[in-house]
Design a binder for this molecule. Sequence first.
Ligand code: TYM
Length: 329
Amino acid sequence: MKDKKIILSGIQPTGTFTLGNYIGAVRNWTKLQEDYNCIYMIANMHAITVRQDPSALRRNTANAYALLLACGIDPAKSIAFIQSHNRCHAEMNWVLSCSTQFGELSRMTQFKAKAEKHPDDINAGLFTYPVLMAGDILLYQSDLVPVGADQKQHLELTRDIAQRFNQKYGELFTIPEPYIGETGARVMSLQDPTSKMSKSDDNPNACIFILEDKDTIVRKFRRAVTDSDTCVRYAEGKDGINNLMTIYSAVTGKSYEEIEREFDGKGYGDFKTAVGETVADHLAPVRERFNQFAADKEYLEKCWTEGAQKAESIARRTLSKAYRKVGFN
Ligand code: TYM
């Protein structure tokens, strides 16, 4: 396992993936499979920091796993598993909690945002969630963590926790680096391009879900909020157009200059339709493969059971070392 660098990342199974999840994270995960030892996780333990309907969570977790495979994660190349299947995550969470400061967790912007959104359920798990995430990463001695820009702060905290533990108890953890893609690390809402595209947005037109049909995707792009200019170019103050150009660039591989040339003399309407159609066509094979994987429960269960066994055998080694270091008999 140590011949190649180790990559770990995770995604929460709260509904289907958004275009932000796809462009910011999962799309990169599939590319990294060739050159790294990759471990990908459905973070269902993280999901319950916000109240979930248990049967919906079970269904969403299975679907999220199927969707990972549909996006191109290959269980023969990567380890793909469901977080709660590997008990080491819960155990490591406790050890690391005792090396994390209250003040550090209080500064997490995602905690503050979620606490504001769910004022009636500011539970302790929501607060300590970044420690669970640090454990996810450190258990596998991960070198790189491919995420969108919104997870950067959690990654920095993970590095601080790992360094502190290593100093207190002696070298154990690899210090991980964030791996944040150049284009699409922050896909913005189609209705308010100054805020992140998020599945919990109240406005259904703000967010593209990757299993939506072509008509819906094109319609949402056509309704995307832009500005009063008419020229397709990447510039300060043109948040809506910048976001659409980022999305278009991420799925076509074209540079901003190429895109500007392609739409020279054309209006926003043409551009929005082109982005919508290109995204929908790009995602069509994912949708098709998802339907096949989701229907094959036996195959899914076989993959996630094997994935959890492989994940646990790696994680258990690190956890045992951590237990010895802190002085557990
Ligand atoms: P989650 O489930 O919120 O998001 C999964 C991944 O998608 C990225 N992402 C975005 N990227 C670009 N633009 C957006 N609008 C956008 N929205 C989401 C996220 O940055 C993330 O990479 N805590 C994590 C899950 C997790 C994890 C881990 C990640 C649990 N353990 C260990 C890395 C390592 C989360 O809630 O991601």
